[in-house]
Design a protein around this ligand. Structure first.
Ligand SMILES: [Zn+2]
Length: 304
């Protein structure tokens, strides 16, 4: 029996709540898997086999994360673990690269699952082939793979994620100080960001200083950056139009991701964010530009 059918049978026999997603695009990397299955990249997971001289372990983490070899070694006891070769994958798990599923592994396979996977409502793993996705709840993986939950990924938040999150913080600060509500555009390049909002008057230097101060206060409070996945209609009923910016969300999108920093900013946004405001670091406003005719205020800042 091939692996895909074996997985289908495994799901049926155990009564697991999971969907098999067949797709035509090759989904070897997480970005490709997201495109192929039509799901958000933040929900894609990867299942990897690590081997050492005398032992093996399977790790499951988010596709956007990387396994920290030192942490893995410390937790699993494997000395100098390395990724398995194609042949080892075949021999040990009877799978191939881009096909290893998070469940339905050979009995007694040791499995570690990164804690961040458990924060998702559902995840998409491979379903036995690079053309098959498996949509499943993280706790079903834990249960049926007997996976141990641990922190096994590298703690690095990339600069763009920090800078992008800073946009939401600066937006909240600008709203608080100037009363501006609508964002017309945003720009991020590494640790440099620019927020453009509709604004009737050129702000004073004191007001700009206050925006910077308020933004850094919000960071230092270490507020949670919450992400809600919610039906569009429901989101509009609960939050109203404040979730939208001037750039429209296409009408065919029926599910929205809503970012909320409580009492600060609420915005429809499908980008990656830090988990708390403190992870952003510190914000410094570089310069502002007020465009009188268009009534636009551009705030350029950097994250340090
Ligand atoms: Zn965002």
């Amino acid at each position: 029996m091939d692996k895909v059918n074996e997985i289908k049978r495994f799901i049926a026999n155990k009564g697991i709540e999971a969907d098999i997603i067949e797709h035509k695009l090759l989904g070897l990397k997480s970005e490709d898997a997201a495109k192929a299955t039509g799901f958000y990249i933040g929900n894609i997971i990867k299942t990897l086999l690590f081997v050492s001289e005398d032992n093996t372990i399977v790790t499951i983490c988010l596709g956007v994360d990387k396994i920290d070899i030192e942490k893995l070694s410390g937790i699993s006891g494997l000395k100098k673990p390395r990724l398995a070769t194609k042949d080892e994958l075949k021999t040990i798990l009877n799978t191939k690269p881009g096909g290893t599923p998070p469940i339905c592994l050979p009995e007694k396979t040791a499995v570690l699952i990164d804690g961040k996977v458990l924060e998702k409502n559902f995840v998409i793993g491979f379903g036995g082939s690079e053309f098959i996705g498996l949509k499943i709840k993280p706790n079903e993986i834990v249960k049926h793979s007997n996976a141990k939950i641990a922190d096994i990924t590298i703690d690095c938040m990339n600069e763009e994620t920090k800078t992008h999150t800073a946009l939401h913080i600066v937006k909240g600060a600008t709203q608080k100080v100037l009363g501006t509500v609508l964002t017309t555009s945003v720009y991020v390049d590494d640790s440099n960001g620019r927020l453009t909002v509709q604004c009737g008057n050129k702000p004073t230097n004191e007001e700009i200083q206050r925006i910077e101060l308020e933004a850094n206060n919000c960071i230092n409070e270490n507020n949670e950056v919450k992400i809600l996945e919610i039906d569009r209609k429901e989101a509009e009923d609960i939050f109203g139009n404040i979730i939208y910016d001037v750039f429209p969300v296409p009408s065919h999108i029926t599910k929205l991701k809503i970012l909320e920093i409580e009492n600060w900013n609420i915005n429809c946004c499908n980008k990656e964010h830090t988990r708390t405001t403190r992870e952003v670091g510190k914000i410094e406003i570089d310069k502002i530009r007020f465009r009188d005719v268009k009534q636009l205020l551009e705030i350029s800042f950097k994250v340090i």
